[in-house]
Ligand binder design. Sequence first.
Ligand code: FAD
Length: 453
Amino acid sequence: MVENYDVVIVGAGTAGTYLGWLLSKKGISVVIIEKDKRDQVGKRLDVIHFETDRIKKAGIPPPQVGYPELVGIFEEDTVNAPDFKTKKKIRALQTIIRLSYFLQRMYKIVESDGGKFLFECKFLELIFENDKIVGLFAEKNSEKIEFRTRIVIDASGTSGVVRTCLPAEYGVETFKLGPNDVMYVLLQYIKWSKPEEPYPQHLNGFIYYLAWLGPCHIENGVIIGVGQPGSYENVAKVRDDLLKKVNFPPYEIVKSEKGFTPYRRPPYSLVADGFLCIGDASVITYPFSGHGVTATWMLCIIAADVIETTLKQEGYITREQGAKFAGLYMQLSGILNFTEKEWNYLVGSNIIYRSRKGEIPEPNKEYEADMSFGEILKIALGLLGGIIKRKLSLKNVKKLLKANGLAGKIRKHYENYPENPDNFDAWVEEAEELWKQKKLVIKQYPSVAVEYH
Ligand SMILES: Cc1cc2nc3c(=O)[nH]c(=O)nc-3n(C[C@H](O)[C@H](O)[C@H](O)COP(=O)(O)OP(=O)(O)OC[C@H]3O[C@@H](n4cnc5c(N)ncnc54)[C@H](O)[C@@H]3O)c2cc1C
């Protein structure tokens, strides 16, 4: 059987579904193939956080109050220092939903705008003619289907099933995600055993442990989430360390979930002839939180416009850039060096969570360093003050400044992403040199040393 579409998308997660929707609305013929059953997609994760303003920017009809999809809409978060006494309220506009309900609603929206899904249909291999992608083979109900298309989009999640099977020289890196390229996350949905007695509220972040309490749909319940690179074992150990210190009131575990989210630089190019990768398949996640959904939606808006123009012009899609994320990822290696005591000082002082005109601070809303010179100076003076008061070590502040310097360089380099493919190899060479300077950080928790590559 042969089917013809302008675009074939592999994967009906949040990335493939959203891009499929944008393309269908433009009148482009698109099919989204998904290996899982329709009602099973998205079941691996229950509750998930979206940045509220990004839902609006993406043009997605917001989830409605009173429906099981919506857990809640929140405006604030609390950052806790590792002493569990020093706290800081921050502004964080988040809409918290249940993923499978959201996807089921989106599938209907996409279909009503002309998009087509084929569930239980698994990508097998690409078809090439004259060394260029012209389609793919997939399998449904043990039958092999041939899809002929102008563009194949890999939205298959962390496995990147299409990207990782491209020929080595096709133009997009084919690496697979290893244990040091991901944040392993363990989630426990818990219920406080004595809800009549005080218990910690959700939307509490324990920054030093990369842990948080998040809201869920369970009455008097909360999600305890912890993420760490390397292995689930690392996460479990760090979670034990946290729980020993934090002394929560008694609770019962209702259910547990686990998963991993990419934590490495994305491929230098997301695009090659007749090919694009998006979502986790393209390693696009916010380096500070591991959130990937809304970041990809923003990328999809650009991609859909480019694809539309390209299909009209008989050309190929252009390459994308991730300057902000690259810079932030580099910056993290500086921040991760600080010790527990230093974090107590950083959270308690106004150095990293600075508020403007007495407002609650809203850190990194757009995930970029849009600071004025005055603000940068304030941070620098704050760090200097910390060193003088012996609250921060000169060694770690130096590491932070060095990482920040490198972050600035890498960001600038990504902003100068070559428009002409002829300059691409030279650009990559320079990027490699910068990434080589990124330092490994080893953080010593009470029961485990975790490596951040
Ligand atoms: C524990 C955890 C918590 C998270 N919390 C958040 C959060 O709060 N907010 C946030 O924004 N992000 C969060 N993330 C990250 C977020 O889940 C991902 O970034 C996002 O789901 C990626 O979407 P995607 O569509 O790229 O991939 P996926 O959602 O993984 O979808 C890929 C789809 O491709 C399908 N597929 C794979 N192989 C094939 C094949 N051969 N043929 C056909 N189909 C195939 C899969 O079945 C899957 O349905 C979290 C991640 C984890 C692990």
